[in-house]
Design a protein around this ligand. Structure first.
Ligand SMILES: [Zn+2]
Length: 165
């Protein structure tokens, strides 16, 4: 295996990890935004006992597995939806990365171009907005203005990517 191929595989795995972290953030957005709470503070805590969640239990997917789906402090069950959202977004980033960057055989040269990155950010962002909107609706809330705004922004990025050199 050449270094270039190995590097591109590492980049796609890295994209999946970034996606899982963004999925983790999306869980916070889905939960807090319709309730009108801040999405940046305070740090996550258990909705049952209020104890702050330790950083290593907050790792995407792994944290939930480590805890076997229960709060470390009060053992209240943590919905499987949280790691599923993280997995889904991680998987989407991996697949979108592959499809945007590997248009030719061999290592994707496009990894070093701006155009596919702009397209990737637009597509990945739209995927996240759609997923957040669906789950917020599923929870019985109105889709918050912030989600519409982000959708418009990512759609504009995707369209603009056609003109990026
Ligand atoms: Zn708890």
């Amino acid at each position: 295996m050449t270094t270039a191929v190995l590097m591109s595989i590492l980049i796609f795995i890295w994209l999946a990890v970034v996606g899982a972290c963004i999925g983790s953030f999306l869980n916070v957005v889905i939960y807090r935004l319709p309730a009108g709470k801040s999405i940046v503070s305070p740090p996550s805590s258990c909705p049952k006992c209020g104890k702050r969640i330790r950083w290593f239990h907050n790792l995407p997917v792994l944290g939930w597995l480590l805890l076997r789906g229960r709060c470390y402090d009060c053992k209240a069950p943590i919905a499987a939806r949280y790691p599923l959202v993280e997995l889904l977004v991680g998987g989407a980033f991996f697949v979108l990365g592959l499809s945007v960057f590997s248009q030719s055989n061999g290592p994707p040269q496009s990894l070093f171009e701006y155009q596919p990155w702009a397209a990737f950010v637009g597509l990945a962002g739209l995927f996240c907005c759609l997923l957040a909107a669906l789950l917020i609706r599923y929870d019985g809330h109105r889709i918050p203005r912030g989600i519409w705004l982000a959708t418009a922004l990512f759609a504009a990025t995707l369209v603009a990517s056609a003109w990026v050199p």
